[in-house]
Design a protein around this ligand. Sequence first.
Ligand SMILES: Nc1ncnc2c1ncn2[C@@H]1O[C@H](COP(=O)(O)OP(=O)(O)OP(=O)(O)O)[C@@H](O)[C@H]1O
Ligand SMILES: [Mg+2]
Length: 359
Amino acid sequence: MLFRPGVKESKVDFYNFEMELKGVIEALISEIHRMIVIKGVRRTGKSSLLRVSLNESSLPHLLIDLREFCSGDQIYESVELSLGRTLSKLKGLKRYLETVSGISIAGFSVSFHERRMGTISSILKALNEWAGDQDTYFAIAIDEAQGLRVVPGFPGLIAHVYDYLERIKLIMAGSQVGLLDRFLGKGNPESPLFARPFLEVKLDRLSKEKSLDFLRRGFSELGISCREENLEETFSRLNGVIGWLANYGYYAIIKGHQKALKLTVNEGSRLVASEIENFLSNRRPARRRYISILRLLSTRPMRWSELKRGLYAEVGKVNDKNFTHYTKELISYGFLVKEKEGIYKLADPLIPEAIKTVR
Ligand SMILES: Nc1ncnc2c1ncn2[C@@H]1O[C@H](COP(=O)(O)OP(=O)(O)OP(=O)(O)O)[C@@H](O)[C@H]1O
Ligand SMILES: [Mg+2]
């Protein structure tokens, strides 16, 4: 069901993106690729692509989700949980994990004695060995992987896996594109992951045609007919962001078109506002400037020079270096996108609504 809320797990619930899905599955099982990275701004379906590909590839995997990432400890909890689930599915894996010192295994439950990175490294070695003996690959999937860049030692550990644990495939997804690039060492020879090539899969918004098709199919699966003008209105408001369209579709079947659109915009813009607040919380000195940039772009997409003039007019003179820093940060955190023609635009159609409430 296309409108079923939550991250999609199965291909039957997964609309379109056939090329991307095929590309990721092939890369997971092919010998040539070591690492796959799924990028895209928020709510474009990255987590769904990650999960559907893993399930379709049938590769054994550990899935670590760093969405609400707040401390290194969360990684250990995530590994414990995910490893427990994997153990319950894979006969024979237990024997390999029993050789790892620093963990206890009781039934299908795994726990760390001490939270040490060396233990994770030993677990990965055991998984690599298991996969080699089974003549398969083992996938380590990390959602919102940019969180790892702040955990000391982790970028180095991933580089080690990449270089030496041949039966392990790395697959990552992230919405804070610039931070993910930093984690991957883009342009930074000092970074452990620098110059390790990977397959990049980018998810974009759906075109208008695809967005309307997604909605029509979603309604038709449920035997509900929909009016073309409602679909047009929905697209003009939510654009091709599949997460918002799916949200609207779900509400539309229980509350009807107008209420569904209103709810999606209200709830969605509150979520976006909290994401913006989060971003601004440790940028107090430049808070007004960031808000101004987002407000200016809420009126229309702009070129660098036009945006800079607009910002001057609102907050006074800002030097070029700072201005460039602000736009880069907004792009890094997934609030802006820079189009090929040098045009800056908002990454999410609900930012204009959200930014009205941010003071
Ligand atoms: N291809 C798809 N077909 C059907 N529904 C989808 C598809 N991709 C995403 N969705 C729906 O859109 C919503 C957002 O999807 P998902 O969480 O996968 O996106 P995301 O890019 O990981 O979002 P975020 O940036 O918030 O992490 C979910 O409700 C999901 O059901
Ligand atoms: Mg996600």
